[in-house]
Design a protein around this ligand. Structure first.
Ligand SMILES: Nc1ncnc2c1ncn2[C@@H]1O[C@H](COP(=O)(O)OP(=O)(O)OP(=O)(O)O)[C@@H](O)[C@H]1O
Ligand SMILES: [Mg+2]
Length: 376
């Protein structure tokens, strides 16, 4: 058993915006964020990762190189985090490293998911035990391998007096439904795109990685015919368990639907429609779900998109909507904290998945261990 309750979580999601790092103290069954920081991905690394999300030439060579480059960046971020927190690496029990997903195909046979960021390299450079590769065990047990954060949401945000939901607005949106009745099961799934399409559209037309506060989208007008076409995607009505990523929701998918329209809309109207797609698809899932949710708490970068929050409120007027800050965790760090928690679950030999969420055949201890070097 480790002598410390400090864990580091490293998260880098579908947006490919950067790596988030959180140092967390889990002493006395609490979850206290000690320090957090993030690092943007250098443009070349981002381009290499983005290219690896789609089939292409010479993939194995590019994958091998990027796996190490990414791990080195993770190690550098860990060093920066520990320096800022003024804590030695020996005071950290383990790092929980999500890695960067480059392919997620949970529904094909054989199903697989791949995250880069070599944990051996990270353990060697950081001198800390690294738990990584969380998703593949769940997939091996017949699950989607995603979403994995609902178990943490349940641990941290569940109330016994009110039915609530947590909505993470990353590249993809995932929701966790937390019934107040302790015997009712927690559910959760990816609802579809959150920012990934808006980001790509903003990059193409504004040369900006994202639409700050959704202000460009807010100036546009929703194009009903386009919205309808986008919403006709089968994923949106599939029952859970389900998870998705860039394999389905990428800019080519938007282009394909635009090509079917008689007149091409203005770019800002397309952005407004993409924002509406996120809001409508989330709202539809919440309405369809039998649990009478009263409160919705937002986390992930999309929680800063004011225009998106407004549209969510418009579609879900009966809900109290706030950020997870109201529950004590800043929305920017919830996912990274969740991976610190998943590392702790591994160290404690406790399951990290919720079979009702992922569809796995049972609870599983998630992750594999790359131990720190002996001379550290
Ligand atoms: N001020 C802001 N206004 C609008 N959007 C924002 C703002 N700040 C961040 N974002 C959006 O949040 C995204 C990053 O969010 P986040 O890091 O939570 O996603 P992620 O890395 O894809 O994680 P995951 O998919 O695993 O949840 C950015 O790409 C951007 O679209
Ligand atoms: Mg991110």
């Amino acid at each position: 058993m480790p002598t410390t309750n400090h864990y580091i979580g490293l998260m880098s999601g579908t947006s490919l915006d950067g790596i988030d790092a959180a140092l967390v103290d889990f002493s006395n069954s609490s979850c206290r964020l000690v320090h957090a920081t993030s690092r943007e991905l250098p443009a070349q690394l981002r381009a290499e990762l983005l290219a690896l999300t789609q089939p292409g030439d010479n993939e194995i060579e590019r994958l091998g190189r990027t796996d190490i480059t990414f791990a080195r960046l993770q190690a550098d971020l860990v060093r920066q985090l520990l320096t800022a927190a003024d804590i030695p690496h020996s005071a950290v029990a383990a790092i929980g490293s999500h890695g960067q997903t480059i392919r997620h195909r949970p529904c094909q046979d054989p199903a697989f998911t791949i995250q880069l960021g070599d944990p051996n390299c990270l353990a060697e450079l950081s001198g800390i035990d690294v738990v990584a590769d969380f998703r593949r065990r769940d997939i091996a047990a017949g699950g989607q391998g995603a979403p994995l954060v609902p178990a943490f949401h349940a641990q941290c945000f569940r109330s016994t007096s009110i039915d609530r939901a947590i909505l993470n607005l990353g590249g993809v949106a995932n929701i966790t439904l937390l019934p107040k009745a302790p015997t009712d099961v927690v559910s959760g799934f990816d609802t579809g795109p959150a920012n990934v399409l808006m980001d790509a559209w903003s990059q193409r037309h504004l040369n900006q990685p994202f639409d700050r506060n959704g202000s460009w989208a807010e100036r546009g007008r929703i194009v009903p015919e386009l919205l309808q076409r986008l919403l006709s995607e089968g994923y949106f009505i599939e029952p859970a368990p389900k998870s998705t990523g860039r394999e389905l929701f990428h800019i080519g998918w938007v282009d394909h639907h635009l090509d079917q329209l008689e007149t091409i809309p203005e770019p800002q109207d397309v952005q407004a429609t993409l924002l509406e797609l996120t809001a409508t698809s989330v709202a539809a899932e919440l309405r369809r779900h039998p649990l009478p949710i009263k409160e919705l708490y937002l986390c992930g970068g999309g929680a800063h998109n004011l225009a998106l929050v407004k549209r969510l409120s418009h579609h879900l007027p009966q809900l109290r909507i706030a950020s997870t800050e109201r529950l004590g965790l800043h929305p920017d760090w919830v996912e990274a904290i969740a991976f610190a928690w998943l590392a702790k679950r591994f160290v404690d030999r406790q399951p990290g998945n919720l079979p009702a969420v992922t569809g796995a055949s049972g609870p599983r201890i998630l992750g594999t261990l790359s131990p720190a070097g002996l001379n550290h």
